[in-house]
Design a protein around this ligand. Structure first.
Ligand code: F6R
Length: 242
């Protein structure tokens, strides 16, 4: 995979936003696969700025999000539906009806996964935005997940629950399950951009880019994608340069 190392989070966010905005300009009705978490917030901030300056429109864009916690209603400020409105959708001209996020409160979660898979078959991502977990997860596909997986319900690992507890009042409040696109749904995207920053991502970034392609590090599969680029800051890139 192609690697772009930037000096800090701000530059990483600008470079990644340029890559995503290029796709939107070339194809105004593109399908964007989106991620939540702290890594892409700056990227979204840059996209909002381009919209505000009249340089970008989301009017005909559709989006599919990677994942959602099980049990958090859309009104919960840690739900990914809330995150997307707060960090992007409420600030651009996107038609909210064209935005799609798994429903983690669906009565029948297996049925919800099947529906999301059918949706992804019709809305193939022109560009998928990814972050990477410190354990190498992409979406909520934790180590050990099959590379052939499609949308499914996952039990979050202890390390992911610990990582995400920073955003909740206490670790007991972090949901223990999520609905996530599978790895094959992610690999089906025409283009992929991964954003990673901070020293806590350095080992996962190394395993993703230079490690063996193994289900122990879900992100390592991206080495086999024809059009994947990693944009990361120097801290996240530290082990690549050794
Ligand atoms: C979020 C997602 C996760 C995050 C990853 C990194 O939708 O699917 O894979 O991208 O956990 O999270 P941050 O960016 O908060 O370090």
């Amino acid at each position: 995979m192609k690697v772009i190392v930037t000096k800090d989070y701000e530059e990483m966010s600008r470079v990644a936003a340029d890559i995503v905005s290029q796709v939107i300009r070339e194809k105004p009705d593109a399908v964007l696969g989106l991620a939540t978490g702290s890594s892409p917030i700056g990227l979204y901030r840059n996209l909002i700025a381009m919209y505000e300056e009249g340089r970008l429109s989301f009017k005909h864009i559709s989006t599919v999000n990677l994942d959602e916690y099980v049990g958090l209603p859309v009104s919960h400020d840690q739900s990914y539906a809330y995150f997307m409105r707060f960090n992007l959708f409420d600030h651009v001209d996107i038609d909210i009806g064209n935005t799609h996020i798994p429903d983690g409160c669906a009565a029948d979660l297996d049925e919800q996964c099947r529906r999301y898979n059918s949706l992804l078959a019709t809305l193939r991502q022109d560009m998928q935005v990814l972050g990477i977990g410190s354990n190498g997860h992409i979406g909520f596909n934790e180590p050990g997940t099959s590379f052939d997986s499609v949308t499914h319900v996952v039990d979050l690992t202890e390390s992911t629950i610990r990582d995400n507890s920073r955003l909740f009042a206490s670790i007991e409040d972090v949901p223990v399950k999520a609905v996530t696109m599978g790895i094959s749904n992610i690999m089906n995207a025409k283009k992929i951009v991964v954003v990673a920053n901070g020293s806590n991502k350095a080992q996962a970034v190394y395993n993703m880019v230079k490690g063996n392609v193994t289900e122990d590090c879900p992100a390592s599969i991206l080495q086999r994608h024809a059009n994947a680029v990693l944009v990361c800051d120097t801290l996240a890139a530290a082990k690549l340069q050794q």
